[in-house]
Ligand binder design. Sequence first.
Ligand code: PMP
Length: 313
Amino acid sequence: MIIKDISQLIGNTPLIDLQIDVPKHSHIYAKLEMFNPGGSIKDRMGQYMIEDAIKRGKIKAGTTVIEPTAGNTGIGIALATQQRHLPTILVVPEKFSYEKQTLMKALGARLINTPSELGIKGAMAKARELEKQIPNSYVPMQFENPANPGAYYHTLAPEIVSDLGDSIDAFVAGAGSGGTFAGIAKYLQEHNPQIKSVVVEPEGSILNGGPAHAHRTEGIGVEFIPPFFKGVQIDSVLTIPDKEAFEQVRKMAKTQGLFIGSSSGAALAASLKVAKELPENSTIVTVFPDSSERYLSENIYDSEQKNQTEEVK
Ligand code: PMP
């Protein structure tokens, strides 16, 4: 396969039919999004959001693109802006992984860290402040931009339907900005209104009403209800403790040769719970957003790191 640029490798990722013990002889299919060229699902959104902003006249020649991000979105945006020679500033709470921050800089983006204790809201406020200071700048703002769920509605969800047709009983996905869940769930619900749609969050995220606190699972968890959830049917929200997510991360490497990040581990743990509730021989689809290689500096395979939650500020 000869390609001319890396963006041709975005999307059309494999869907794995996991060969693991699933309750009630059901099947769990997982979209392997770490096979995108920037290493995560967010390459789709970076490309889609930047193209959309150019079409809408929000980005012109020389526009500085500024975005608050936990990292994968930053990498996806930096890939898209590098190709178009657009200066890029990514605002990242300092707690997020060394690997992601290093890759964003390697792609040519400027990084600004905000204090971890201010959360993603702190990074959002900083991005808006920079937008005011820098002439000809634009903040795509993944947390409110309809092009975020749009990227998955128009790319990932049709790929799933093309592979599995109407045979899907449940869709399970983690939520950070909520774009992945909302975009895919909307498309699948339009194809089959009977489908069960399940959101996954770590303990410390607020969707099930629990108190907000730090967690080890990276990339999912919300500090506010994503605006994209409006109009999308949510059948349940499953709150997965870090321990369960990391157990699946270790198990997937050891038994399936699959390097998955902790949000993928949480999605798998939740999918197994969903299988218990559904009839025999159900088909469950989930998404593995990135790879464990992005978190080696955080000792992702070390089971002795259970108490790191308390240490993360
Ligand atoms: N998993 C990982 C590893 C991520 O980086 C993200 C995005 N922060 C998500 C899951 C959640 O995706 P979304 O923002 O679309 O809800």
